[in-house]
Ligand binder design. Structure first.
Ligand code: AMP
Ligand code: ZN
Length: 501
């Protein structure tokens, strides 16, 4: 669809945790939106809760780009923390050996879900010097103190605004009460660890503030400021990070700079699985890989995880995944129909209006706090109307072009129409076989993966040949053999198309 050149630029109004209202999200330098998102702690494979948050941040990125705003997005990788140290010790290897496979797996998973890579990845262990400098500045400002064991703590009483993000009433803070674990009770505010003195068997660095390792919170402050400066546009993460992690980031950073750290804070609501909190002991805990091995496609997982707006509770169910699968099927079939159909020249005023309306509603819904549920509805409505028009021979070439343009903008954010699902599934199966997880592979998926694309092509060619020679028994046998491996054939005017179910 042609966009009118004088149209009002679409400004995203995004809920800002700090102000408690929808605020326009615009680059403060008038050019590039500078943002920081808390990345993964690489102690295990990512679960669907983690990816829900990263997917919503991906939706934000893609929508900003669609409205013409360039982005500079920094994401950290927490590759040293309590959990990593514990797991590496259990595995009997140094953290530097323990984390790399999980970092690789994380990027592979992002790719599977078509989550765009941030412009800048920052690993905690590569920024220790920055963290040490920040602790030194805090100490100079009287906001950090060292305990007898050599650890450093942030003095909460040095930052009177503490609690401004999470709006917690922290009047009962006990001065000097300390906590040294990275994650702690949600309702208590304590002096928190900036730097933890070395303990035998734990990873540590020799630095001017002593031998030790950084606390989790200082990692993000130091890396955000290293790449984005004292103040930047947006900081994002899951809702669990609001307190204490983000509150602590603000305290550490603003105590040193006396400037607002991030102007805008975005928090993604936690997902539930079958109405309950996801947990390993409840048996409702899923990594992305678990779902791929059950035979769900990466695109369906992407759509299921983003179709509920980020501030709403997403209840993840297998039913929802199946719905997403058929929704994508519908979109792809329709898209194919537009691309391959023959349409007479011209434009139908009603279809032109329908396309324009769908486009406007789609953009308005996303601009309204990234309401993905309201954004997809008009697109599916347009698909329905256009399918009917094609059936009735009413759709013209100009309508096809207008609708394809709407689908292009839809897919600039949702990114589910182009079928790139085979590769993530194939990789997940290989990984499962390599790592002794065959038991997690669904039998139907295992069967379909037992045949390569080349083998399918060869059988399809043989079947065409058999049909030409009127050997229908052989042709049927090939069709059935392929069906047993989850490969379906579609005979069409321009030959045979095949796909894996
Ligand atoms: P972690 O690797 O645990 O540091 O988490 C990475 C990101 O995933 C953070 O932004 C978390 O807030 C987010 N996250 C963790 N669990 C969930 C969940 N159940 N739902 C949504 N986001 C989550
Ligand atoms: Zn962080």
């Amino acid at each position: 669809m042609s966009k009118t050149p004088d149209a009002e630029p679409m400004t995203l109004r995004l809920f800002n945790t700090l102000t408690g209202q929808l605020d326009p999200l615009v680059p403060s330098d008038g050019k590039t939106l500078r943002m920081y998102a808390c990345g993964p702690t690489v102690y295990d494979y990512g679960h669907i809760g983690n990816f829900r948050t990263f997917l919503e941040i991906d939706v934000l990125r893609r929508f900003l780009r669609l409205t013409g705003i360039p982005i500079f997005h920094v994401m950290n990788i927490t590759d040293v923390d309590d959990k990593i140290i514990r797991n590496a010790a259990q595995a009997g290897i140094p953290i530097g050996e323990y984390t790399p496979p999980f970092v690789d797996a994380f990027f592979e998973d992002l790719e599977a879900l078509r989550i765009e890579r941030p412009e800048q990845i920052a690993r905690a262990t590569e920024h220790i010097g920055r963290m040490v400098e920040l602790v030194q500045k805090l100490a100079a400002a009287g906001a950090a103190y060292q305990t007898d064991d050599g650890s450093w703590y942030f003095r909460l009483s040095a930052f009177p605004e503490y609690g401004k993000l999470s709006k917690k009433d922290l009047s009962g803070i006990e001065d000097g009460a300390r906590v040294d674990v990275d994650e702690y009770e949600k309702d208590s505010a304590r002096d928190f660890a900036l730097w933890k003195a070395a303990r035998p068997g734990e990873a540590s660095w020799e630095t001017p503030i002593g031998r030790g390792r950084p606390g989790w919170h200082i990692e993000c402050s130091a890396m955000a400021m290293a790449y984005l400066g004292d103040s930047f546009d947006l900081h994002a993460g899951g809702e669990d990070l609001m307190f204490p992690h983000h509150e602590n980031e603000i305290a550490q950073s603003e105590t040193v700079t006396h400037k607002p750290f991030a102007r805008h804070w975005m928090h993604v609501r936690f997902l539930l699985v079958d109405g309950r909190k996801m947990s390993k002991s409840e048996g409702n805990f899923f990594t992305l890989r678990d779902l791929l091995l059950k035979g769900y496609k990466a695109s369906a997982i992407r759509l299921a995880l983003i179709s509920v707006p980020y501030r709403h509770q997403l209840n993840f169910t297998f039913e929802g995944l199946t719905d997403a699968t058929s929704a994508i099927e519908r979109l792809r079939t329709f898209h194919q129909r537009l691309l391959t159909g023959q349409f007479p020249a011209g434009e139908d005023p009603e279809l032109q209006a329908a396309a324009a309306k769908a486009q406007a509603e789609y953009m308005a819904a996303l601009a309204n706090d990234l309401n993905t549920a309201e954004a997809r509805a008009p697109i599916f409505e347009l698909v329905r109307a256009a399918n009917t028009a094609i059936d009735q021979g009413q759709l013209l070439a100009g309508d096809r072009d207008a609708i394809l343009a709407v689908l292009k903008d839809f897919d600039a954010v949702f990114d589910v129409i182009a079928d790139r699902d085979a590769e993530p599934t194939r990789r997940a199966v290989e990984w499962a076989k390599r790592s002794g997880r065959e038991a997690g592979i669904a039998p139907a998926l295992l069967a379909s993966q037992s045949i390569t694309d080349e083998e399918i092509e060869a059988l399809v060619a043989e079947r065409t040949q058999a049909k030409k020679q009127r050997n229908f028994a052989r042709a049927d046998q090939i069709r059935n053999d392929l069906a047993a491996k989850g490969v379906v054939l579609e005979d069409s005017r321009d030959g045979v198309r095949w796909k894996r179910k």
